[in-house]
Design a protein around this ligand. Sequence first.
Ligand code: MG
Length: 282
Amino acid sequence: MSDERMPLGVFTSVGEGLGAGIERVLDLGVRTVQVHTPKPELRTPEYAREIAQKFEDAGISVTLVFCGFPGESYASIAVVRDTVGLVPYVQRGERVRHARQIADFASWMGAPGIGIHVGFISENWESPEFAEITRVLGDLADYCSDLGLCINLETGQESADTLQHVLETVDRDNLGVNFDPANMILYGSGEPLDALRQVGPYVRSCHCKDAVWSAAPGEEWGEEVPLGQGDVNIEEFVSILNGLGYTGPLTIEREVSGARQIEDIKAGIELLRDIKANLGIA
Ligand code: MG
């Protein structure tokens, strides 16, 4: 990566999946990406090297490989609770195996780490569920550490207090946070900027995404909106990151598809460039 502080980036995909697509990244003029994991059959050393070479040839740094698991659904908050991440008990063993494969893939690509939605971690810190999920995360962090990788937990599905307690309980140097401020609003899990100040020292990567609160936070989704048009206060978000000494990428995530996604990402890039200039970040 260049020496630029907080280089702009986008969330994209390789093979099939979510995101802006590798060809479009160049058009957007950004030079960092987080990539969603390819499907399991593509997670081979050969494919990893092929993809890594394409990004390298394009002058693009891959800053994180994001986990996704078969059977996950984001249809509603209740469905997320039942289906997403490592929390659902029946799928846990299989998903840990997938997460390790994704870590292998990230290391074959030469990426620095993986990102993951753990799911709805119990807010009862004395519960067996909390103890077990922190043990599982510790094991996965150790697996990543052996590969020289970081593992960053996506925010949103738990309160900042619980996220902080997870980080302190697992207590691994390579375990950090991928801070997505919009998710805190979408899931109704707390004021994002307060949460950022709280877990700030653990933030290793982020998603620049915006959202407006629902009328029933925590029960119904808030609405994701183009960057700068929601309740996050993106300028303050970047300013707090800057104050924390964060120098990593500002990775735009826009979870709509097609031409609208590209237009919104372009506008987001312009907005972040202006914010960085206003804050004297270069
Ligand atoms: Mg996100």
